[in-house]
Design a protein around this ligand. Structure first.
Ligand code: ZN
Length: 448
């Protein structure tokens, strides 16, 4: 029988106060028990005691681009956001043909492995062609995790059939009609593939009925018209889909939207056609369009003003901002992240999730490191930070059995090895401070 009982110093369920010296029993990837005393009916199941460890619900990365996971270092930022984007596009164009497909496949595999090893369980991946559903079917198992059959069975008790889930979000843009035709055809192909029975398991569970199996990303205001966004939000309503879009990421983007300012205006020059050049939407138009989505994620949203944030808070049940702390720092070396008004935004009721963005702007894909970066933000509590990567995304996206630890929920836990004792004062903050790293819980199960 594939059942295991885990004893840990702390279990953070995110539904009630953290449990000291707690037990978690899992069977075939589902939690069967959670509490202080192991009930007699579980006394005979295999037990693993994990000292100096805390358990959390599996971490969720709400914004990423796995295709850049082969980058050794982020692309440097020299003051212009659009110049940085151009460097990213050049990186993507370096390889072509067969070589580019193989390189892309390798990059995605590397990103999945890196994310899995750092405790992420569900990842929302913005994708461009070439791409294949086969690339996300079976994440490679890190060598050191391959162990004896007995250990394999115990790990299976925790994970069930799948250890890691990717939700692919095809990127579309209509800066030029030919790019629109290409990217929309690509998105339709991905949606068809994801609807095929053999790919369905890529969605977390069949019991999470509102899980947005299908998702789409209009890229950003300087490449995707408001009409394109509105077409996709209408699509999301009929398909219960997710729309994810980069919005209000940089000062340059805001200035271009307001007055077609440089340097974006010239950079777009030869890439856009007349139809795109003629449209003149504002940031409010884009936010209004996103509010029409069945489910919406605004990536970054750094420069949204008070009235737009007020609108977002009124729609918090279906639209959230994915904040990427270290990417923000990458593009704002002059501003301290200590000034980021996240606490104020949360008090207003704007829902925030956590993303890593890509290795083009971030040294790694650890959601835990993103969370630790937010410890610097003024006025924010440890629990708010941890919820942004667990309870909040699960709640927004209707992942009923993820995001919290409770009987009946998935037991895809993230384990946090501790370098010291947790302080009761703000125990969540203490966990972020003392927690060395995040790892998949099953990686801690070794020979007894
Ligand atoms: Zn992004």
């Amino acid at each position: 029988m594939s059942t295991i009982a885990i004893h840990a110093d702390w279990i953070f369920s995110l539904t009630s106060t953290p449990i000291p010296n707690g037990w978690l029993v899992a069977h075939e990837g589902v939690i069967e028990f959670l509490g202080r005393e192991l009930p007699p009916r579980f006394q005979s199941v295999p037990i693993r005691k994990l000292p100096n460890t805390a358990l959390l619900p599996g971490l969720i990365n709400a914004h990423c681009h796995l295709e850049f996971s082969d980058m050794a270092n982020p692309i440097e930022f020299h003051g212009s956001f659009i110049a940085w984007i151009q460097s990213v596009v050049r990186h993507r164009a370096q390889a072509n043909g067969e070589e580019s497909i193989e390189r892309r496949r390798m990059a995605v595999a590397r990103g999945i492995e890196e994310s899995y090893r750092s405790g992420t369980r569900i990842l929302f991946d913005t994708i461009t062609a070439p791409w294949s559903p086969d690339w996300i079917q079976s994440p490679s198992i890190p060598q050191e995790l391959a162990s004896s059959p007995e250990v394999g069975i115990l790990r299976h008790a925790l994970t069930g059939l799948s250890r890691f889930y990717v939700v692919p979000i095809p990127e579309t843009l209509d800066i030029h009609q030919s790019r629109g035709d290409e990217t929309i055809a690509f998105a339709r192909r991905v949606h068809e593939q994801m609807g095929e029975p053999k790919n369905r398991q890529s969605s977390p569970t069949s019991s999470s009925s509102i899980m947005p199996r299908l998702a789409i990303s209009p890229h950003a205001p300087y490449t995707a018209s408001r009409n394109l966004v509105r077409n996709w939000t209408a699509w999301s309503q009929s398909n219960h889909g997710l729309v994810s879009m980069h919005l209000a990421e940089s000062r340059e983007e805001m200035e271009w939207l307001a007055e077609r300012a440089e340097p974006i205006e010239s950079a777009l020059g030869r890439f856009r056609d007349q139809a795109f050049a003629r449209q003149s939407s504002t940031m409010q138009d884009y936010v209004d369009a996103m509010l029409e989505a069945w489910l919406g994620i605004i990536a970054h949203g750094n420069y949204l003003d008070e009235s737009l944030l007020t609108n977002l808070s009124a729609h918090r049940n279906h639209v959230a901002i994915a904040h990427c702390p270290r990417t923000y720092r990458h593009f704002h070396p002059d501003r301290s992240t200590q000034n980021y008004p996240l606490a104020e935004r949360l008090r207003r009721g704007v829902r925030h999730l956590v993303g890593t963005d890509s290795r083009a702007s971030n040294p790694d894909l650890s959601v835990w490191s993103e969370m630790q970066t937010m410890l610097n933000y003024p006025g924010i509590s440890g629990e708010e930070i941890i919820a942004m990567a667990t309870r909040e995304p699960a709640d927004l996206l209707g992942l009923a059995d993820f995001g919290t630890l409770a009987v009946g929920n998935r037991s895809l836990c993230t384990a946090i090895p501790l370098s010291g004792t947790l302080e009761q004062e703000d125990i969540y903050r203490s966990l972020l401070t003392v927690g060395k790293s995040a790892v998949p819980l099953e990686s801690m199960i070794v020979e007894s």
